[in-house]
Ligand binder design. Structure first.
Ligand code: FES
Ligand code: FE
Length: 450
């Protein structure tokens, strides 16, 4: 194992391009990032009933998430313990048991091996079925509807892993009674990109909006989105905040309380919903979050590969498939308190903007794939790329957790993302992974060089 210390500068402002293409780096990421961090599995709304199951991935591990008879949730490696065939082939559904296609071993929804064909005649009743149950994911936990799994028994609890980020996540997850849900089918897109590039793009790169998405923004913008000037990279600096220093998690936030719903052809109904329900949001979240953040466009990133964007109303997870390939899974997300017609509009708009053929996603895909492919060249991969915009211009803001830069065009969040990546890659286990709490002045001072 190597610490790959040279691949990211201390402040996170430089990345060696090797990190986007090197199979050895990728192998270590599977162990030290995807094998160690809490990873998003499913939303509870997607598996409401006992026997409901959902197939997903943790890194490259195929995982089956199953609602149990007692309504708890378990996750298993989706691999048969006999000869290793993929157990469940369906993406989602409801089952009483899972039978393997190869020789017919069958497992209960609790993972126990319940049936072995020819058990008496071929195994002479000598097989101890209790030894061959499905392998469980070491830790599974939920936070306000979001279900996560973790392969590391020594990881901090999910609540501690999310830390101060919970304060921001609640703007979406807890603003209204009834919480949130994911709706529609899973939108799967294969992209020839390294997984870190789309994550950093959404977590902090407000810079590309006015350029790469100029045409798309012009096409769909229905109201004055005060933070952005369409057609060039000029962005009003007070138009938002870049919030990081949250152990790899981050927030890109507008703070006007309505701009999240700017990209709708007709958003009058949604603005009415915000107005009617804002008192509830303020009551539940306090004035700062209820007034300024709920309804604003927010890019919420949970390290390493989960992002959800209140306003644009999608949630996305990036599954790595090798150093230069991902599967990107997206769903539309709604608050359960929303009327049915608004939920439908959100789904329609999400497909239009960030669906598989969405206006915005197509702008990004080509750029991310090209950045990845370029990094494979023998000479090119020895070069560095940079996230040094607005460096040293962040600090504490009263009442807001994290280290905060003014504006959504700053590359501040990307620096923290890469620092966290490096901290994990260098650490042999969780004991060596630093935990920051930037509410604490001491920690803020420690990170003054960022
Ligand atoms: Fe599954 Fe043999 S591999 S039953
Ligand atoms: Fe983009």
């Amino acid at each position: 194992m190597t610490d790959y210390a040279g691949l990211v500068s201390a402040a996170g402002a430089m990345q060696r391009r090797q990190m986007y293409a090197d199979p050895a780096v990728y192998e270590q990421e599977l162990e030290r990032i995807f094998g160690r961090c809490w990873l998003f599995l499913v939303h509870e709304s997607q598996i409401p009933q006992p026997g409901d199951f959902f197939r997903t991935f943790m890194g490259e591990d195929d995982v089956l998430v199953v609602r149990q008879k007692d309504r708890s949730i378990k996750a298993f490696l989706n691999t048969c313990t006999h000869r290793g065939n993929r157990l469940c082939r369906a993406d989602r559904g409801n089952a009483k048991a899972f039978a393997c296609n190869y020789h017919g071993w069958a497992f209960g929804t609790d993972g126990a091996l319940v049936n072995v064909p020819l058990e008496k005649d071929a195994y002479f009743s000598e097989i101890d079925k209790s030894r061959f149950g499905l392998v469980e994911v070491d830790q599974v936990a939920s936070y306000k509807g979001l279900v996560f799994g973790c392969f590391d028994r020594n990881a901090p609890s999910l609540a501690d892993y999310l830390g101060d980020m919970k304060w921001y996540l609640d703007v979406w997850l807890d603003a209204q009674p009834g919480g949130s849900a994911l709706i529609g089918e899973t939108q799967k897109v294969e992209l020839m990109t390294n997984w870190k590039l789309p994550v950093e793009n959404v977590c902090g790169d407000g810079y590309h909006l006015g350029w790469a998405h100029a045409g798309a923004m012009k096409a769909v913008q229905s109201m004055d989105f005060s933070g952005f000037t369409v057609g060039n990279a000029s962005v009003e600096l007070e138009g938002g905040l870049s919030i990081a220093g949250l152990n790899g998690h981050s927030v890109l936030a507008t703070v006007d309380g309505v701009s999240g719903y700017s990209f709708y052809p007709d958003n009058a109904g949604i603005l009415r919903y915000l107005e009617q329900n804002r008192p509830t949001a303020i009551e539940r979240l306090g004035r700062l979050r209820g007034e300024k953040l709920w309804g604003s466009q927010l890019n919420l990133t949970v390290f390493p590969n989960l992002q959800f964007l209140p306003g644009l109303n999608w949630l996305r997870v990036y599954h790595p498939k090798g150093p230069g390939r991902i599967e990107q899974w997206t769903w539309a997300m709604v608050e359960n308190a929303m009327p049915a017609d608004i939920k439908q509009r959100i789904l329609d708009n999400q497909l239009l903007t960030f669906g598989p053929a969405g206006l915005f996603d197509n702008d990004d895909g080509d750029n991310l794939a090209a950045c990845t492919e370029q990094s494979r060249g023998w000479r090119t991969r020895q070069l560095d790329v940079h996230t040094n915009m607005a460096q040293g211009r962040s600090g504490a803001r009263p009442g807001l957790p994290g280290d905060i830069a003014v504006g959504v065009v700053s590359e501040h969040n990307q620096r923290y993302f890469y620092r966290r990546w490096q901290e994990h890659m260098a650490a042999a286990d969780w004991r060596a992974v630093p935990q920051y709490n930037l509410n604490s002045l001491q920690d803020a001072k420690d990170l003054a060089h960022v």
